[in-house]
Design a binder for this molecule. Structure first.
Ligand SMILES: [Zn+2]
Length: 283
């Protein structure tokens, strides 16, 4: 099991350190999950903080063996202003994570694709209050908890819409404090993606790198080369890879990403689970 570099009490202490309101701090929580802090606000993106998939697939031919230990129990994150989900696969919308989160953050809402709102799955066991779920679509903006969220269509293999025409997979551009962060969700390259995101000039881009490998299941992510190129294309100041080191059957080494970023002079940060990156590093 890969150890988290900070977890439990040590992780919470790091989150609670008093920082300047102008600073941006980002912690990787494993898979596509991130905690983002700025201007006194806390945003939680795609949190997966349970073992629900390991339990669900334990007796099947698709065991989801966890590779990295959990950073924090969701019920200890009682200071969250907004939660988002990029699509309704369990590693991006996990009822076992979201139920306790909604309990300890009674005023906090979840922004998720309108196509996923109210469909089953996802369905939370205790918290089905529709008021707490805000649907969003590509090219639309919502604001909640003092954070702006703009939807960007994501091609989880391909762009898909429901019968009402709403995108099933999204990425988001967040405005938090004075910073702009792009999290693509599970996404592959498609025509118009870079042009659309470039308009926002995100300071930070968070991109999955768990691309396809011959003979392996299709993961619906960029590979390391595509992620590096997209980051360069959208002119982001720094790119962080994600969607690896969570499940043994569904991971990749970040080597190709690192090599590709180096080759094209794209600044990057490969996080470890529980690690923090801060905007101080921009100097
Ligand atoms: Zn995924």
């Amino acid at each position: 099991m890969i150890e988290a570099v900070q977890k439990d009490d040590a992780f919470l202490e790091d989150v609670r350190v008093k920082r300047g309101l102008g600073e941006l701090s980002i912690w990787w929580l494993g898979q596509s999950g991130f905690l983002v802090q700025s201007g006194g606000k806390h945003l939680l993106i795609d949190p997966y903080l349970s073992d629900s998939l390991t339990k669900k697939y334990a007796e099947t031919d698709k065991p989801h063996v966890r590779m990295t230990e959990r950073v924090i129990a969701p019920e200890r994150l009682d200071f969250i202003d907004l939660i988002t989900s990029s699509h309704n696969h369990t590693d991006h919308f996990d009822p076992e994570t979201l139920d306790p989160l909604l309990s300890v953050n009674p005023a906090t809402k979840i922004i998720l694709p309108e196509a996923n709102r109210g469909v089953s799955p996802p369905r939370l066991s205790e918290h089905n209050d529709p008021e707490r779920f805000i649907g969003i679509d590509a090219d639309r903006t919502q604001r909640s908890g003092g954070i702006n969220v703009h939807g960007i269509a994501a091609a989880h293999n391909k762009l898909e819409r429901d019968e009402r025409g709403h995108h099933k997979f999204l990425g988001y551009v967040f405005d938090i404090g004075r910073w702009r962060v792009y999290h693509s969700g599970d996404c592959r390259w498609y025509p118009g993606l870079a042009e659309g995101v470039r308009l926002f000039r995100p300071d930070v881009a968070i991109l999955p790198i768990n691309g396809d490998e011959p003979g392996r299941r299709v993961a619906g992510n960029f590979d390391g080369l595509e992620a590096a190129r997209l980051a360069k294309d959208i002119k982001t100041k720094i790119v962080m890879p994600c969607h690896f080191e969570m499940f043994e059957f569904n991971t990749v080494e970040p080597d190709l990403f690192v090599k590709s970023c180096d080759e094209i002079d794209q600044p990057y940060k490969v996080m470890r689970s529980g690690e923090r990156w801060s905007s101080e590093e921009f100097g």
